[in-house]
Design a protein around this ligand. Structure first.
Ligand SMILES: Nc1ncnc2c1ncn2[C@@H]1O[C@H](COP(=O)(O)OP(=O)(O)OP(=O)(O)O)[C@@H](O)[C@H]1O
Ligand SMILES: [Mg+2]
Length: 380
């Protein structure tokens, strides 16, 4: 099983590139499922085919599904939602409002992703390709597990025991709806499913995130941020896809030119796959296959392009060290410039930008040491 998740800033080409990857991979005889988990679906437009909340066959070996959030919530959270709704109703909230309120924050994003578990269990597809929401929302979803894990480990088991003991007493004095054992069991099952999903998404042998971007300043910054946080949360990014690169005779060329080098270096050691800007729309399976071939050339689109961590942050006795891996480092003069979240590093005439996570923004880079293809920066 292989899972590839495409994310990036709004409008950069996530849906197009995800669909192209799926369409091209399906020509090799593998069964591919494209899933749109972005609530603002556009996969059906790109495929030129009406989609539904269950998978539909698009062409030989290619299937697609546009996840419907409410349908998924009912399917995966039904029991919990009913309980939450009963709490609101007990509080005197009217039925329709209670129904609305019973959708907790995060439930929507999570529900769509839970389909992946089902497909893994069914074992029908060789690969699942996800057209995800823009980076901000995707990061929010992927950062949920730590909080949820604490909740499930610490709170749920205690509550379950307490409720068992107090239920008769509470029942005698009030009609407050205490959760039944089944509600807890449903919650536990759901959280277990969720954790196994997160574990799968963090396993570099199975899952990869691919970041799609364009040569534009704002897009690059947001993608650098996603690159930093995805790795901090433990999700392997295996490639960067640079889309909409214009030719020399285009008026945008001079603007884009300034960013091409930055993109090549900022995501090192990941490969950057380039896609030219086309003067026509890319629609339908035939166009998408052709685009897939253009992106991956003769490589297998399902290949794992990169497995190791591209950077590490370690805390040794209160001193933070940022270790950045490069493709090819030559010994040369190093200078470092730090401003807010942006760390720019110059080694000889090579320059690399790194988006600093919150933990390092209030510290100062004081020393940089080269160790082979690794640059270690000490913060204080
Ligand atoms: N290489 C390209 N050349 C020309 N047009 C492109 C290219 N890639 C994508 N497009 C066009 O750019 C637009 C946005 O693409 P797409 O919908 O794939 O982006 P997205 O990142 O999924 O957007 P959203 O954030 O809205 O989901 C579409 O009209 C698409 O046809
Ligand atoms: Mg899209």
């Amino acid at each position: 099983m292989r899972i590839i998740l495409f994310t990036g800033k709004g409008g950069v080409g996530k849906t197009t590139v995800a669909a192209a990857t799926g369409a091209y991979a399906s020509t090799e005889g593998k069964k591919i499922l494209l899933i749109s988990v972005d609530p603002a679906h556009s996969l059906s437009d790109v495929l030129e085919k009406e989609l539904s909340s269950e998978p539909i066959k698009i062409s030989e070996n290619l299937f697609a599904q546009e996840v419907d959030v409410y349908y998924s919530i009912e399917r995966f959270w039904g029991e919990l939602k009913d309980y939450i709704k009963s709490l609101f109703q007990w509080k005197g909230v009217d039925e329709i409002l209670a129904e609305e309120l019973s959708v907790l924050p995060g439930m929507e994003e999570v529900s769509s992703f839970l389909w992946i578990n089902k497909h893994i269990k069914d074992g029908f597809y060789d690969a699942i390709i996800l057209d995800a929401a823009p980076t901000g929302e995707t990061l929010r979803f992927l950062s949920i597990p730590d909080v949820a894990k604490w909740w499930i480990d610490k709170i749920l088991p205690i509550q379950k025991r307490v409720v068992k003991v107090v239920r008769p007493a509470v029942k005698a004095v009030t009609d407050f709806p205490l959760p039944e054992d089944e509600t807890y069991d449903a919650a536990e099952k759901l959280f277990n499913d969720l954790f196994s999903l997160y574990k799968t998404l963090q396993n570099p042998e199975i899952s990869s995130v691919r970041l799609v971007l364009n040569p534009e300043k704002m897009v690059i910054r947001e993608t650098e941020r996603a690159f930093t946080y995805l790795h901090l949360y433990g999700y392997p990014v295996d490639a960067v896809i640079l889309n909409k690169v214009v030719e020399e005779n285009n008026f945008l060329y001079n603007i884009q030119k300034n960013y091409l080098e930055r993109i090549e270096t900022s995501f090192e050691p990941l490969p950057v796959l380039r896609i030219p800007y086309y003067n026509k729309e890319i629609l339908g399976v035939r166009d998408l296959r052709k685009l897939g071939e253009e992106i991956y050339k003769n490589e297998d689109p399902l290949r794992i392009f990169h497995k190791d961590k591209p950077f590490e942050i370690v805390n040794l006795d209160g001193e933070y060290k940022l270790r950045l891996y490069f493709k090819n480092l030559k010994k040369d003069k190093i200078s470092i410039f730090q401003k807010g979240e942006d760390l720019s590093i110059r080694i000889g005439n090579q320059k690399r930008h790194f988006y600093l996570p919150r933990i390092l923004t209030d510290k100062k880079a004081k020393e940089a040491v080269l160790k082979g293809n690794l640059l270690e920066i000490v913060f204080e």
